[in-house]
Design a protein around this ligand. Structure first.
Ligand code: AP5
Ligand code: MG
Length: 220
């Protein structure tokens, strides 16, 4: 199963990708998480991505595509039943690059799921999000608080707020989504791959709707 999750910042791509990777036993690949790993380890790639991420803009396509190409060639991806991409592609050129990468492996995407959520809900989700500094699990101060404030339920790590979850940066990320990523919606609709899911419901219902959509239930 080869899936792409498409949707604005805060739509729940990471939350749902976790569930889908468990459901289908496939690898969850988040380009945002990969960049944050490089940033935290101060690698050359992290240094090139830093100023883009902190300001809420997209890292240039050539850097992002090279990172993704490297990731999908790793043994865990090659040995698994597929992957769920979370945050890639994010521009039409990235979509074309992904097609080419997969075609070279005689593979293709099975489905692209667009998770739709109204803008005001996205903003609330992002400014209230907290992430475990160790295992990267996501929480929300209102919708999904940890049992003990500031501490991850799963691993006991401390919870932090992402730098790009400040309100001003969130606004930039939303504008960038509309300008640069939304054209992928018609790109994938034309390719006959797009399914749309209402992401403005509880996470368990969103997972059920996404699985249904992937199986062919609600094809756009
Ligand atoms: P990235 O990390 O991909 O961020 P994003 O797309 O802005 O998306 P988020 O991770 O913020 O949101 P999400 O949709 O994963 O939602 P989540 O599940 O966390 O990218 C960060 C940066 O990296 C980019 O700005 C760019 O600079 C760079 N980058 C990454 N990929 C790139 C690419 N391909 N090209 C160029 N640059 C790239 O949920 C959000 C919150 O809501 C959480 O608190 C969660 O608990 C809560 N929540 C989730 N679902 C629900 C629900 N159903 N109801 C209520 N609350 C919910
Ligand atoms: Mg995410």
């Amino acid at each position: 199963m080869r899936l792409v999750l498409l949707g604005p910042p805060g739509a729940g791509k990471g939350t749902q990708a976790n569930q889908l990777s468990q459901h289908w036993q496939i690898v969850h690949i988040s380009t945002g998480d990969l960049f944050r790993y490089h940033l935290a380890h101060n690698t050359e790639l992290g240094q090139s991505a830093k100023e883009y991420m902190q300001s809420g803009r997209l890292v240039p396509d050539n850097i992002t595509e090279a990172m993704l190409k490297d990731r999908i060639a790793q043994p865990d991806v090659l040995e698994s039943q597929g992957f769920v991409l979370d945050g890639f592609p994010r521009t039409v050129p990235q979509g074309l690059a992904l097609d080419a990468l997969l075609a070279a492996r005689h593979e293709r995407l099975d489905r692209v799921v667009l998770i739709e959520v109204p803008t005001d809900a996205l903003v609330q989700r992002l400014v209230g999000r907290r992430t475990c500094s160790v295992c990267k699990a996501n929480y929300h101060v209102q919708y999904h608080p940890p049992h003990v404030e500031g501490i991850c339920d799963l691993c006991g790590g401390s919870l932090i707020q992402r730098d790009d979850d400040q309100l001003e940066t969130v606004k930039v990320r939303l504008a960038v989504y509309h300008e640069e990523t939304e054209p992928l919606v018609s790109f994938y609709r034309q390719a006959g791959l797009l399914a749309t899911v209402d992401g403005n419901q509880d996470p368990v219902s969103v997972t059920a709707a996404t699985i249904q959509a992937v199986k062919g239930g609600s094809h756009d």
